[in-house]
Design a binder for this molecule. Structure first.
Ligand SMILES: [Zn+2]
Length: 314
């Protein structure tokens, strides 16, 4: 992480220590009883879920992680910075309004989206390319048309949510876009899904701010995920998102780390994504040129279009 931070500084970026999120900021997306339950783990090691354990310092790290996103959103929203990357642990997108889950305690990206709304953003988009579906983020905003949630994820897979048919509820119907991909998806599949769904939907939604749940566990070397993305694909996805943010919302983009469990793949992919955000100008998305037919990507796009009907007409 230090090396990445040094390169970021070298390209004109600033590195800022996070502040803890306040209870008021967390309460926008979490129940008070959940916040209290996490706070009560201070100083002890316990388990909250079959795979979500605390150490004595977890609550401190979790508050700092959510606070880092709040700070990043403020800096981008008030124009001090064009783009920001919150380098945080623990991740957040599985955390539900009322419970910790899947290594996640507070839903960092959701806290950031709610903070942006409180600052005056009318529409916030969240793109989540972590290999797992962000069940918590989806559920927190599923009835809210002001927050668009777009997820690309391996399916079927943990946590079991994220079918294309889950498109939001009530006034939020159509503002959840799930793009499930079969195990083994490659760069070409993600490229197709970005070109035919992610980018056109973002253009039509025209957010005031774009948030990215940047998980790196769809990398081919990741021990948990079953996808086959190369390191370069993470740079390409980031370039697509930077370009669409420049088109729609003055370039305002905040990325937040989620999963990624092969440390070398995580470091290299993170560097690829950060380099893409650091430059003065947005470069074009350089997808690795491959010759694999994107059959998984095609199936995902077809399924999402069927589920969404005429909502987005993309
Ligand atoms: Zn993940």
């Amino acid at each position: 992480m230090e090396v990445v931070a040094d390169r970021w500084r070298g390209s004109g970026g600033e590195v800022v220590a996070p502040r803890p999120a306040t209870t008021e900021q967390l309460l926008r997306v979490h129940d008070l009883s959940h916040i209290r339950r996490i706070d009560e783990t201070a100083g002890i090691a316990t388990s909250l879920d079959p795979d979500t354990f605390t150490s004595p310092e977890t609550v401190e790290a979790a508050r700092l992680a959510a606070g880092a996103v709040v700070d990043a959103v403020e800096r981008v929203w008030d124009g001090r910075h064009a783009r920001a990357f919150a380098l945080v642990r623990p991740p957040g997108h599985h955390a539900e309004r009322d419970r910790a889950m899947g290594f996640c305690f507070f839903n960092n990206v959701a806290v950031g989206a709610a903070h942006a709304r409180a600052l005056g953003a009318s529409r916030v988009a969240i793109v989540d390319y972590d290999v797992h579906h962000g069940n918590g983020t989806q559920h927190i905003f599923e009835d809210d048309p002001a927050v668009l949630y777009v997820s690309l994820h391996q399916s079927p897979f943990y946590p079991g949510t994220g079918d294309a048919d889950e498109i939001g509820a009530g006034p939020g119907r159509g503002y959840t876009v799930n793009l499930p991909l079969a195990v083994g998806a490659v760069d070409e599949d993600y490229h197709l899904v970005f070109a035919e769904m992610v980018v056109p939907v973002l253009r039509r939604f025209a957010p005031d701010l774009l948030l990215v749940s940047a998980g790196f566990d769809a990398h081919e070397r990741d021990p948990l995920g079953g996808m086959r993305l190369t390191t370069a694909a993470f740079g390409a996805m980031t370039a697509e998102l930077r370009l669409v943010a420049e088109e729609c919302c003055g370039g305002r983009l905040v990325a937040v780390t989620e999963g990624g469990y092969d440390l070398r793949a995580l470091g290299e992919s993170l560097e690829s994504a950060m380099e893409t955000l650091a430059g003065e100008r947005a470069g074009s998305a350089r997808w690795p040129s491959g010759s694999v037919a994107p059959s998984r990507g095609r199936a995902s796009v077809t399924e999402a279009r069927r589920a969404l009907g005429s909502v987005w007409t993309v």
